[in-house]
Design a protein around this ligand. Structure first.
Ligand code: NAP
Length: 379
């Protein structure tokens, strides 16, 4: 008996079996899904979820595949490719407009549409790969704008009550690269749509050095389109294109250190690295301290440890950005990527005492495998 035996009762939804996931991820790596289905409506999603519950199947929702690494064995359960589409204008007044966006919409197309309509609030989030539904999960941010600045609500299917509910911004518990959806309620909600509150008049947010470097000699305010073009140019320069070189964006999260962790790191750097590195560290503390701690770019640690450009077999740290692990030859396996990440983590931990954390969703790995790849022994 297979999942398809349920489908006559469930509006003839057809589950593909042993469906290859590799080309559905920007890493272009990984095995097959035991079952796979693409859904185009909320009704289909509810049917599919019900079948998965009866069958007690593991379930994974796949959006744009831009932040996942699938294991070589694949996923022993049901993968649901979220293809809900539609963008609609909701309430509108003189100052703002509410945009209702289905989870399966391509995020960058949403930004392009907002920019050409003259609506402010998401322009710095241009060119981020993936679907709109992925945005609230890790409260995606770039160049001083965060998803939570614009999101007014998130509509979800709550799996245990089997209800569709609308969570307002406060209920989403947004924090730095975090929300309810990747913490306390992880896997409990399926995101169906998001509501974005965009402004008709805006002030350009140009405080990040990369943007300042482009606009510092401009006397007038850049337009929305100029900001979008600048962000796209910066990202194209600093990030490898997944179409050319498989990757899942930043493989390691940036760090947020407590004062104690910072002091510890300071002492280690003082004893092992030169004054130049130390003064850079001090500069980060001066510039990026906030209520959540002292922000430290993980790329700084990787550079400091001499890891930039590291290559092992088919896997490497991108020459453009050391935070990005790339499938250099197109033939990398998930095992190679995880072993590579393990080597990088160990090197950073041994030199600095800081345990860097992977960012992509790791799909189809057993707890033992994760422990093997990401366990650390004290330096
Ligand atoms: P970058 O601009 O070189 O910045 C590196 C780090 O410094 C980031 O942690 C950034 O904080 C921080 N930073 C830089 N200028 C800052 C300022 N004026 N005020 C406060 N913090 C500042 O980073 P990048 O690697 O080229 O990436 C560009 C942008 O894309 C960054 O905003 C980065 O965070 C973002 N990004 C986001 C994700 C994600 O959401 N998952 C993944 C990859 C990159 P922030 O992290 O707070 O921006």
């Amino acid at each position: 008996m297979t999942l398809n035996d349920f489908s006559p009762r469930m509006n003839n939804i057809f589950f593909q079996e042993y469906y290859p996931l590799q080309s559905l991820t920007t890493f272009n790596i990984g095995g097959a899904a035991r079952y796979f289905v693409e859904i185009h409506s909320v009704a289909e999603l509810l049917n599919v979820t019900e079948i998965a519950e009866i069958w007690q199947s593991n379930l994974f929702i796949l959006g744009g595949g831009s932040n996942v690494l699938v294991s070589d064995r694949g996923f022993d359960g049901l993968v649901v490719k979220m293809n809900l589409r539609g963008i609609a204008i909701g309430e509108e007044d003189a100052a703002s407009v509410l945009l209702h966006v289905a989870a399966g919409e391509c995020w960058d197309a949403v930004v392009a549409q907002a920019v050409s309509a003259g609506w402010w609030g998401i322009e710095n989030l241009s060119h981020i790969p993936g679907s709109a539904g992925a945005l609230p999960i890790q409260n995606v941010g770039a160049y001083g704008q965060e998803a939570s600045d614009a999101i007014e609500y998130v509509e979800v299917y709550e799996r245990n009550t089997r209800q569709i509910i609308r969570l307002n911004r406060q209920m989403c518990e947004f924090a730095y690269r975090a929300s309810l959806f990747n913490s306390t309620m992880k896997d409990q909600y399926m995101i169906l749509s998001i509501g974005l509150r965009l402004k008709k008049q805006g002030i350009p947010n140009l405080r990040y050095p990369d943007l300042q470097a482009i606009f510092n000699d401009h006397t007038s305010h850049p337009s929305l389109q100029e900001i979008r073009d600048a962000v796209i140019a910066i990202r194209s320069r600093k990030l490898p294109d997944p179409e050319q070189l498989g990757n899942a964006g930043s493989f390691f999260k940036n760090l947020s250190l407590s004062d104690r962790e910072y002091e510890e790191l300071y002492r280690r750097i003082q004893s092992k690295f030169g004054g130049n590195v130390l003064s850079k560290l001090e500069q980060f503390k001066r510039t990026f301290s906030g209520p959540a701690g002292i922000k430290l770019p993980t790329a700084f640690l990787l550079d400091m440890c001499g890891l930039k450009g590291l290559r092992i077999g088919n896997v490497a740290l991108s020459e453009k950005n050391p935070l990005v692990v790339v499938n250099l030859t197109g033939n990398a396996t998930a095992h190679e990527v995880m072993t590579f990440a393990r080597t990088v983590r160990h090197a950073v931990y041994a030199a600095t005492g800081v345990a860097i954390v992977p960012e992509p969703n790791l799909i189809g790995f057993s707890p033992e495998e994760l422990k093997h790849y990401f366990g650390l022994t004290k330096p």
